[in-house]
Design a protein around this ligand. Structure first.
Ligand code: 13P
Ligand code: SF4
Length: 293
């Protein structure tokens, strides 16, 4: 890593050994902010999924961005196509487009502004119109509409994360029985019926901050299982319970220490975003960063 003058960024869903070796661990927004501010390195090894690495490559074009396994995709990010988004814009020409960062670079190039789960309500509230096109997560679209009081035109109709939609109201009810003294914090990608039964709804970064609150001694987390790994690592005296033990993002786990070593050695797999697409996509990402820092 020193030889290549590289920096290792890791998402909160990476396993313990990667979290421990990374230079920076965060949620999607924190990783995007970090990537936009790196001066000291020539290379970013991104331990996460492809839309996160693409966003880093777009916002930090002078760095070589490597994804240690080029199959590490996010199913949700591929649920909105460029054609579908263009068709929605044609149908609603006066509506601005808020694109969840969990989307591919080419669709970001058609966005007014990008958002993450940490800032969706704030981003939508900053828009002038009474409605907005939102893609691709139905649940985050509904959540940001409620938070802003605006109408969401959601495309596609059922974009979702297979990990977060596993959670059911019964899981929350069971957690209240199993852990009567714990608070329950779920991710905005969860279904609305689940969110309504939780005590808090937050991005993974919000969960990390809440876990440090002295009032919190036990926390049930409704998100990918390795978030609890980070919480326990940073708060060894507290108890953290995954809302479901099978909430596992398979592609996040494609990244391993061995693949990080090979990525550094062989400088693979470089994330290349077409410059024309990157130029357009940068506008919506930068708008989000301007509102978030
Ligand atoms: P965060 O931005 O909250 O880290 O979420 C990213 C993600 O992919 C959730 O599934
Ligand atoms: Fe995508 Fe869901 Fe995995 Fe997050 S947890 S990266 S939204 S598939």
């Amino acid at each position: 890593k020193k030889e290549k003058n590289a920096i290792i960024l890791a998402h909160n869903y990476q396993p313990k050994e990667i979290q421990e070796d990374a230079d920076f661990v965060g949620d999607s927004l924190e990783l995007c902010i970090k990537a936009s501010k790196i001066d000291e390195a020539d290379m970013i090894i991104f331990c996460g999924v492809n839309f996160m690495a693409e966003t880093a490559a777009i916002i930090s074009p002078d760095k070589k961005v490597l994804l240690p396994d080029n199959r590490a995709n996010c199913q949700m990010a591929d649920m909105i196509s460029l054609e579908e988004l263009k068709a929605a814009k044609k149908e609603h020409p006066d509506s601005e487009v808020v694109l969840y960062v969990n989307s591919r670079a080419e669709t970001k190039s058609e966005a007014t502004i990008v958002c993450t789960s940490a800032n969706a309500g704030k981003i939508v509230s900053s828009l002038k119109g009474d409605d907005f096109i939102f893609a691709p997560d139905k649940n985050l679209g509904i959540y940001s509409a409620k938070a802003s009081g605006k109408k969401a035109i959601i495309v596609p109709e059922d974009g979702h994360c297979y990990v977060h939609t596993m959670f059911k109201p019964e899981d929350i009810k069971q957690a209240r029985i199993d852990y009567p003294n714990a608070k329950i914090d779920v991710h905005p990608e969860c279904n609305d019926d689940v969110r309504q039964l939780a005590d808090y709804v937050e991005s993974t970064g919000g969960m990390v901050r809440l876990a440090k609150d002295p009032e919190i001694k036990e926390l049930v987390v409704g998100t990918e299982i390795d978030l609890a790994t980070r919480l326990k690592r940073e708060n060894p005296d507290k108890e953290f319970y995954p809302l479901r033990r099978d909430a596992f993002c398979l592609t996040m786990k494609l990244i391993t220490l061995e693949k990080i070593r090979d990525a550094l050695k062989e400088e693979k797999y470089e994330v290349i975003v077409d410059e024309e697409i990157a130029k357009k996509a940068r506008v919506g990402i930068q708008r989000m960063l301007d509102l978030s820092q």
